[in-house]
Design a protein around this ligand. Sequence first.
Ligand code: 5BU
Length: 262
Amino acid sequence: MASSSLDYLERSKRISSPVAKELLQIMVEKQSNLSVAADVKTKQELLELADQVGPYICLLKTHIDVILDFDADLVDQLTKLAEKHRFMIFEDRKFADIGNTVRMQYGAGIYRIASWSHFTNCHIIPGEGIIQGLKEVGAPLGRGLLLLAEMSTVDSLANTPQYTAKNVELALKHSDFVAGFIASRRLTDESDFIYMTPGVGLDAKGDALGQQYRSPTQIITHNRSDIIIVGRAIYGPGKDPVVEAQRYQRAGWEAYLARLSS
Ligand code: 5BU
């Protein structure tokens, strides 16, 4: 049976990646396949947003390098909020350099991403060495990597069959560290991976810089992805993050239930 026809609970028992397993368990417990992309600019805003939306999400996605006043205490507090509300953390770093460089960028520097982020992601533009470099740092810590097999923007160069197929090939080869993909749709049934999709919105169709939004129904029910990643639609101007997080949690979960019954 294709793994996408199984429910999240059944998949949590079978999937090989320990972080994907834990994430699927959290999704079942909280009835949430919602990840909030917390693209805010200060430590206080990030902590406030994480505390507000925490009860409704399975995963918090960060861009830690946009935080003006980043410090180690931010990471400690985020980790405490993740434990309090039971969500995981995904630093959307999009590594893209040679293995030797990403090893340093992932494990060291100011952010020490590997020390606190359960998931991170990379482009496979440099070839297999980028996965090997990240794996040397992340695997001993029990972290998981997501490959950027597709992007949500209107003219993304990643969305070609050959590039996407290479992502699948490398994920299968490194399935001891690759937990899944960033993609708009399920890419393979050969082995189970977790799929996360940004560019999701119920109201706007896009932004002025090439972003495109699709609905949870399109992404989860029809395209068989697992997690919707939602940013400005939750906390943008005039939005109430709690109301919107609840709304997207509901929409994502209903789309998942519709997939199971289709
Ligand atoms: P938005 O406010 O929902 O548009 O934010 C989307 C987030 O997802 C933002 O943090 C992007 O960096 C991220 N993103 C994306 O939009 N599209 C992609 O293909 C990838 C990441 Br990969």
